[in-house]
Design a protein around this ligand. Structure first.
Ligand code: IMP
Ligand code: MG
Length: 169
């Protein structure tokens, strides 16, 4: 690892702000926060604790990347949320937006289940997606176009547990 890009305190500060933004954006109704496993796990755990209003939590598993560093464009739902999305405000929680392919496919899939609304909270956005999902509403940081690891982000399943985010190269 070359350099720490976001240290733990910086991440915690930003996630706390995002929690406040989210609570404000949903003054009423059922809010179902859906974490995209495994990358969102640390972000999700901190974020829900910063949202000061009732929430429900669920998860989904999508496979789009192999052990490599580039997007395959192949998106497959291998675990579906157990909670019914219909009529709920659904907030998808993602670690990082790179090509945007994963989320564009997911939004199409989940939008068909008649949620009251569908939005995305991403901790990091590299801002290189040719067609960023229009549901992207909450972004933690505009990330450099490097391969990042830590705070949920992995390279070949390593580094997810780190409390900071670093450049792998
Ligand atoms: P996209 O479909 O290209 O936007 O890819 C999004 C997914 O690829 C994210 O959910 C991550 O799992 C993974 N990914 C993209 N960029 C990185 C990175 O810099 N580090 C680790 N994983 C990444
Ligand atoms: Mg991911």
């Amino acid at each position: 690892m070359k350099a720490i890009i976001y240290d733990a305190a910086t991440i915690q500060r930003r996630v706390a702000e995002m929690g406040k933004e989210i609570a404000k954006a949903y003054p009423s109704g059922d809010l179902l926060v859906v974490g995209i496993l495994k990358g969102s796990i640390l972000f999700m755990a901190d974020l829900v604790r910063a949202i000061e209003r009732p929430v429900q939590m669920d998860f989904l598993v999508v496979s789009s990347y192999g052990a490599g560093k580039s997007s395959s464009g192949n998106v497959r739902l291998t675990y579906d949320p157990a909670i019914d999305l219909a009529g709920k405000h659904v907030l998808l929680v993602e670690d990082i937006i790179d090509s945007g392919r994963t989320l564009n496919r997911l939004v199409a899939l989940l939008g068909a289940r008649r949620p009251a609304s569908l939005a995305i909270a991403a901790l990091l956005d590299k801002r290189i997606a040719p067609e960023p999902p229009k549901e992207l509403r909450f972004v933690g940081f505009h990330a450099p176009p490097a391969f990042l690891v830590g705070y949920g982000l992995d390279y070949a399943e390593e580094y997810r547990h780190l409390p900071f985010i670093a450049d792998l190269e």
